[in-house]
Design a protein around this ligand. Structure first.
Ligand code: GZL
Ligand code: ZN
Length: 349
């Protein structure tokens, strides 16, 4: 009975909340019609069918890469109606202000949980405080938030970006030792992901930590390709014009690597297994692993996007009043021509 009363109360507030929201946004729709459409967040039609479902607002940072597509799919496949969820999805197109608007919309709709992949680490304290004040648990996934008070989020599911960066450095050490080049001057260029994102911060710092042990490794330039193929190609074209003697490319995701490979092909620069430029990539999405198998990418450091099942497990625990860990690190691998073939078949992303 108590649960029923609680639900009735919630339903009442939700409807009130939804009505207030509607009254607030009506003018916006008419006044800034075009603008409103830009930030439109799907509304959950609260009716009988959603009553028994757990309503989750999912703020995804964008759809910039193959990895992100797999990540979104993993969440949508885990939080289905059959599994007891009503999922409200918003794609922020890699813009923090869109994510903040989506989170505020979820709060005003009084969702049961917020799941959110933050585009960059900073700038979330205020909106997460609003979620906390509204009593809505926040599950951070993939990238991390950098907040003063970590009670502003319930838990984080992600991968160890620093470790990924170090793995890239360790691989380069082995690669040079095998070729007896460990004391030669090595010229390196780095394509960084979105500056200030957990993946960029960790991969940059992790690789630098290893590079600092080698005075003969020269990082000629680090520049962001914002995790997209188009920007990665554009930045690599500039680097190829500026540096005629690049020995290693460290590209912080496979989409930028694809762009950089197109730039090297157009510039007539060889790359990969027997090329002038050794290619180190991150993510290990299927298309890139096929290029590892073909010897066009030397090594791909995996970043595992399959995180949806973790969210389902965590929400169930929270629904049962159980405690959950503050963080869940997803296991990941590293792929070279030596081991990639066995992983290719059956890989879903
Ligand atoms: C990594 C994730 C990164 C991927 C990119 O955890 O945040 O974002 O490496 C994606 O492909 O854009
Ligand atoms: Zn990762």
């Amino acid at each position: 009975m108590k649960r029923l009363l609680e639900r009735l109360e919630e339903v009442f507030f939700r409807h009130v909340g939804a009505c207030i929201l509607l009254l607030c946004v009506m003018p916006l729709i008419f006044v800034g019609h075009g603008i409103f459409r830009e930030i439109e967040v799907e509304q959950a039609p609260f009716d009988a069918e959603t009553e028994d479902l757990i309503v989750v607002g999912f703020s995804q940072l964008g759809s910039e890469s193959g990895w992100r597509t797999a990540h979104t799919l993993s969440v949508q496949e885990a939080l289905t109606k059959d599994a007891g969820y009503f999922l409200i999805f918003n794609n922020a197109r890699q813009m923090q202000e869109n994510q903040i608007k989506a989170l505020r919309s979820f709060i005003s709709q009084r969702v049961d949980y917020i799941v959110f992949a933050p585009v960059i680490e900073s700038g979330w304290d205020t909106v997460l405080q609003e979620a906390k004040d509204a009593g809505i648990p926040v599950i951070v996934i993939d990238r991390m938030v950098n907040v003063e008070d970590d009670s502003l989020y319930t838990t984080w599911i992600g991968t160890d970006a620093r470790k990924e960066g170090e793995k890239a450095g360790r691989w380069l050490e082995r690669y040079l030792r095998e070729r007896e080049m460990q004391s030669e001057d090595i010229n390196i260029v780095v394509l960084q992901g979105t500056i200030g994102s957990t993946a960029e911060i960790g991969r940059t710092e992790g690789f630098r930590k290893i590079a600092d042990f080698h005075k003969n490794w020269h990082i000629l330039e680090s520049a962001t390709g914002d995790f997209t193929a188009a920007k990665g190609k554009e930045v690599m074209e500039k680097m190829l014009r500026r540096y005629p003697n690049i020995d290693v490319l460290v590209s912080q995701n496979d989409d930028m690597t694809m762009g950089a490979i197109a730039a090297m092909q157009e510039a007539g620069v060889s790359f990969g297994e027997d090329g002038e430029v050794a290619v180190i990539s991150f993510d290990a999405i299927y298309d890139a692993l096929e290029m590892v198998d073909a010897g066009r990418i030397n090594v791909d450091i995996e970043c595992n996007p399959v995180q949806g099942a973790y969210i389902d497990e965590i929400i169930r625990k929270l629904e049962n009043g159980e405690t959950v860990e503050k963080s869940y690190i997803v296991e990941e691998n590293i792929f070279t021509k030596d081991n990639v073939a066995e992983f290719l078949e059956g890989r879903t992303y």
